[in-house]
Each structure stands twice: as structure tokens, then as C-alpha cells.
Design a protein around this ligand. Sequence first.
Ligand SMILES: Nc1ncnc2c1ncn2[C@@H]1O[C@H](COP(=O)(O)OP(=O)(O)OP(=O)(O)O)[C@@H](O)[C@H]1O
Ligand SMILES: [Mg+2]
Length: 135
Amino acid sequence: MPPWRMSRTFPGSPVAIAEARRFVTAFLRRWPGVDDAELIVSELATNAVRHSESGRFGGCFTVAIQVDRDKVWLGVLDQGGPRIPRPLPPPLDGEGGRGLALVAGLAMNWGVTGDSQGRIVWASMDLAPYKVSPR
Ligand SMILES: Nc1ncnc2c1ncn2[C@@H]1O[C@H](COP(=O)(O)OP(=O)(O)OP(=O)(O)O)[C@@H](O)[C@H]1O
Ligand SMILES: [Mg+2]
């Protein structure tokens, strides 16, 4: 399979999160890891809208998918701001602070690049354990 990359920019509004999920599932639909990828992008897009400048009036975020020989890479580019993406300690009341921990659990690897001007929170998944199903 040749490597490929795809990206799309969405308005920084909560309603765009469902669109971001559909964008990912449309491109990965033949891959058995698609459900995990959908969850990951949902958490990352939600965070971009809720915690970064992407959520301000007129803001946006970009979702990128890259597939190569052995991995699927998902990245959400936001518009930065003062807050820094980092997993929170497990909540005492069971509410909130779960998104990045969930992403870390599902991904083979994840990370953050950028600064207050814009950040990419990314996650990579191993292609092999899921295998691409034949047509
Ligand atoms: N894209 C981002 N830009 C800036 N800060 C972020 C971003 N993503 C996450 N954060 C910060 O990292 C914290 C942890 O994110 P995480 O997704 O784990 O929890 P949450 O969004 O607070 O709650 P939950 O995802 O469970 O609804 C957030 O509370 C926020 O302060
Ligand atoms: Mg979150």
C-alpha cells in the first residue's frame, strides 16, 4: 500500500467534532482499527475546541491522517493559547480529565508539538495488529 496523507480544516465549534469523526472514519473505514482512531480524533478535536484558541469566534482546527507502511498517524492542529495539553491525574469524582489518558491508552505513541501560537496533538497507531482487511 503506498503511503498517503489527508487533512481537512473544520470550524472550531462543537458541531464540527462529529464532522471530524466522519472525516477519519471515511478514510480509514476498511481498517479494523477505525473505531479506536475515531475515539482518538474525537477526544483531540474536543480538546482543541474546548481548551485552545480554536474554540474562539472564527477559530478552526485541522485534522491530518497519515498512513504509511506500518502506522496510522492522526494529528489535530489547534490555534494555541495559554493552556498546555497534558493528561490530568485520575479525577476523584469520575468527571472529566480522561481524554488524553484515553488517547495514551489507545495509541502506540502520542505527543504534543508547537507552542501558544498553535499546537499539534498527535497519536500514532500500529497498523499491523489490526491488519487491513481484504476487499
Ligand atoms: N489542544 C489543547 N490545547 C490546550 N490545552 C489542552 C489541549 N488539550 C488538552 N489540554 C489541557 O489538558 C488537560 C487534559 O485534557 P483531557 O482531554 O485529558 O481532559 P479534559 O479535556 O479536561 O476532560 P475530558 O477529556 O475527560 O472531557 C485539559 O484540561 C486542558 O487543560
Ligand atoms: Mg478532553
